[in-house]
Design a protein around this ligand. Structure first.
Ligand code: H2U
Length: 398
């Protein structure tokens, strides 16, 4: 989603040498005071005196990505005559002998899955990144830059059964997933600079298989979004002597406008700058850089809050809720030797649905050409999610 310079995250790049951190830096003089950049120019005041965040169109800033989102709450009642999605399939068999992710099954490449009874990790048979590749010749033009994309890709099954999802699993089973995520981050983090754990859930998100699973892509380079976050969090830390997202959570806990649920160690909230209608973030209350820095009780609390939040998501439209989610924490590999105090671990949830199980938000038109836009405010989304039942719709008695 972020638009970044071509040097972003490529170690040893010229731009990185100049600034000390990867990512493109906006010119300092472009900022008026410390509040608005010079390109943000509201017209002089209209006759309407009372500003209402729930009524008036406005733009909000994401300090992590340095992007703005347009919020148009007055458009909420707009009628919909556009595309309608197929509702999420909900009658998945417990075991499909043809599904390559199920225990004991043979994958199309002839490899046989073990008869696993918890999580199961294997090398992706169709990896997007490869380890053993040559480097291209350096380009003599700033307009044609290339670097080798070295990396590895894994698939991780959450559970032996195909008919369960994370919110329907026991806390112990979700804890096993968290432990495996941590183990993978540690193992791949020894070699790779970025380990991206992500779950693509639901056909509407392009997920190819209903069996509960996620993927891990580990790379030699910091991809765009992590590279920008590495720089923005570091700049904030240098200026405020405190990690950006730790400060952010403290302020959100005071305001209580966008918090959906919290427990002793975690907060689930709709970020102030959310783009997708029900986009959320899951953050530890304590300063934690990576998954492996979580304590035993923080991991148990994480399992508990994940079950609660995913239950609320499923209860929003009474379907197995589609989304893309993933973890962002301090970079690994060569970055392990550096001070990463500016990083705060967090998970991001990006669900595509807008107003029902069948109407999704399209990121097209203005969004593609100018910047993201939303109608429902972050506060309205948080209110809606907060008010949903904690009992999963599949477990409801009436
Ligand atoms: P989704 O999470 O988007 O459904 O992708 C599933 C991944 O599983 C996908 O990257 C891999 C695909 O390459 N896969 C295998 O590695 N082997 C298989 O036999 C099936 C799917």
């Amino acid at each position: 989603m972020s638009h970044v310079g071509s040097d972003v995250g490529v170690r040893g790049s010229k731009q990185q040498e100049e600034t000390g951190v990867p990512g493109e830096k906006p010119p300092a003089e472009a900022w008026v005071g410390d509040h608005l950049p010079s390109h943000i120019r509201p017209f002089a005041e209209s006759g309407i005196r009372t500003w209402d965040l729930r009524e008036h169109p406005h733009i909000r800033y994401n300090p992590l990505t340095e992007e703005w989102v347009t919020v148009s709450p007055h458009r909420m009642k707009r009628p919909w005559q556009g595309q309608v999605e197929k509702p999420q399939e909900d009658d998945i068999p417990r075991h499909d002998p043809k599904n390559p992710l199920c225990p004991g099954n043979t994958r199309p490449n002839g490899k046989v899955n073990p008869d696993y009874d918890s999580t199961f990790v294997f090398d992706n048979d169709f990896p997007a990144l490869l380890d053993d590749i040559p480097s291209p010749e350096p380009s003599d033009s700033p307009l044609f830059k290339t670097a080798a994309a070295c990396g590895t890709c894994k698939v991780m099954c959450f559970h032996p059964r195909s008919d369960v999802t994370l919110p329907l699993m026991s806390p112990q089973e979700v804890r096993a997933v968290i432990d495996k995520w941590t183990e993978i981050n540690t193992d791949l983090g020894k070699k790779y600079n970025w380990v991206q754990i992500f779950e693509n859930k639901g056909a509407v998100m392009g997920c190819s298989n209903p069996h509960p699973h996620c993927q891990v892509w580990a790379s030699s380079y910091l991809p765009n979004d992590p590279a920008i976050k590495h720089r923005t969090q570091r700049e904030y830390y240098m200026k405020h002597k405190s990690p950006m997202l730790v400060d952010y959570v403290k302020q959100e806990l005071n305001k209580k406008e966008r918090i959906i649920i919290e427990n002793d160690s975690w907060v689930w909230l709709v970020p102030y700058w959310a783009v997708w209608p029900y986009e959320t973030m899951l953050l530890p209350k304590r300063h934690v850089q990576r998954l492996e820095d979580l304590t035993d009780s923080e991991r148990n609390d994480l399992a508990a809050i994940m079950i609660k939040l995913l239950t609320k998501y499923d209860n929003l439209f009474d379907i197995s809720f589609p989304y893309s989610m993933g973890w962002h924490g301090a970079p690994t590999g060569e970055y392990m030797d550096e001070d990463n105090s500016h990083w705060q671990l967090h998970a991001l949830y990006y669900p595509p649905l807008l107003r029902s199980a069948t109407v999704k938000k399209f990121m097209v038109g203005y969004e593609m050409l100018s910047q993201p836009q939303r109608d429902l405010t972050a506060e309205q989304a948080a209110d809606k999610l907060r008010g949903l039942p904690d009992t999963h719709y599949k477990h409801r008695t009436s």
